[in-house]
Ligand binder design. Sequence first.
Ligand code: ATP
Ligand code: MG
Length: 432
Amino acid sequence: VSTRAGIVVTGTEVLTGRVADRNGPWLAEQLRLVGVDIAEVIVVGDRPADLLAALTHLADRPVDLIITSGGLGPTADDLTARVVGDFHQRPSALDPELERRIAAIVERLQRGRGWRLDPEATAAGVRKQALVPAGATVLEPVGTAPGLVVPPPDDVRRPDGSAGPPVVVLPGPPRELQNMWPAAVAAPPVAAVIEQARELRQNTLRLWGTMESDLAAMMREQGAALDDLEITTCLREGELEIVTRYGPDRQADYDRFAAAVADRFPDTLFSADGATIDEIVAGLLRAQSLTIATAESCTAGLLAGRLTELAGSSDYVLGGLVVYSNQAKHDLAGVPTELIERVGAVSEEVAVALADGARDRLGADIGVGITGIAGPGGGSAEKPVGLVHFCVSDGTHRRPARWVIPGGRSEVRGRAVLLALQLVRRLLQERR
Ligand code: ATP
Ligand code: MG
C-alpha cells in the first residue's frame, strides 16, 4: 500500500475561483517526488466548521499526512492554526520568543514600506500569529506567518489503532509556502512519514495529432501488460498528454509501454521525456544554431512572447513584428499592398510573405507568419471566424498551413500560438 497525503487548501478567494489554486498542485508534485501519493485535495472557504470537517474526513479515509495551506494571517478570519490545534486536541498557548521574532519582522516590513499602523492592532495580530498548539513544531516565518507541524494527540488512538496523521500548516501565499516546504519536510513527524514512503516514478509522453480514442484502443490491446502502471491521459490545448506513475519495480513495464506508443504513433509522439513543446523548439533552435523571428497579425506578439518565456531565449529569438493592420504588414514586414488587395490579409500568400518578411527584416534564419480571423466579428462563409493561415520559412523550405480553430477569440489566439510552435518544430526536425 502506498503512503498517502491529503491536502486542504483554505481561502474563500480560492473556493470562489477569484484566485486559482497554485498550492494544491505544487504540494502534490513535491509529495510525489518523495513517493507520497495524494488521496484528495479539498478546497474550503475561511470557515472553521468546514476546515474541521475536511480534516476529519481526511483522517478517516485514512491518510498518513495532512497539509493545509492558507489562513495564517494576523486577521480574525485566519483561523487555521487554532482549528488544527483543536482537531488534534492540543490547546494553543502564546510562544513569547516567537512573538518577538514576528514583531521584529512586522516592524521591519512596516518601516520598509513606510506604513504607520495602529500599534495596538499590530500587536494583537502578532500575538495571534504566535499562538502555538502544545507540542507543535514551529516553522520559521518566510513572510510574517510561521508554519506549524502539529502531531496527532498523544493518548488517543483511532479505530484502526493508529495515532492519526500529523498536520502540516503552511501559509497561503505560494512563495511563502514553497520556501517553507524544506523545513516542513525536515520536521520529525513529517520525516517519519516520508521515510516509509516508496519511490514513485512518473513519466510523461506528449502527442500531437493523435485522437484520444486511438490511444485508448491501443491501450486496450495492451491489456494486462498495463495493470501495474497508473496511466492517465488528458487532452490539453490540442496536445494529448500521457502521464504514467509506477513503482521502480515496474520500470520494465513502463519502458515496454513507452516503446509501444512510439511504435504505434511515430509521427505524432513529439516528447518522450516530459519536455514541453516550448523546450523542444528551444532545444532544436540551439542544436542547429538558428535564430527565429515572427510577424504576427491575429496573435499580435503572443508567439514572440511565448518564445521568450524560457530563460536564455535571447540566444535564438531575434524579435517579432506586430502587424495588425494591412499598413503595418506592408510597412514592417514588406508584404506588397497589391498582394493583400488581391488575396486578402488572411491568406496563405500573406502568411508566406509575413514569414519571409520576418526573416528578412530581422535577419533571422527562421521566420514565422501568422494571419487569421480571431473573431468574434469579421468572418465570412469563405473565411470563417477561427481561420488562421501560418507559414514557417527558413528561406528554402516554406511550410504554409491552414486551420479553422474552434472557440472564442482567446481560444483562437491561444491555440494559434501552439500550432505555430508545432509547425516550427516540424520544420526544424525535417532539416536535421
Ligand atoms: P496572509 O497573512 O497573507 O493572510 P495567509 O497564510 O493567511 O497569509 P491567505 O490569507 O490564505 O494566507 O492567503 C493570502 C494570499 O495568498 C491570498 O489572497 C492569495 O492571493 C494567495 N493565496 C492563498 N492561497 C492560495 C492558493 N491556494 N493558490 C494561490 N494563491 C493563494
Ligand atoms: Mg489571510
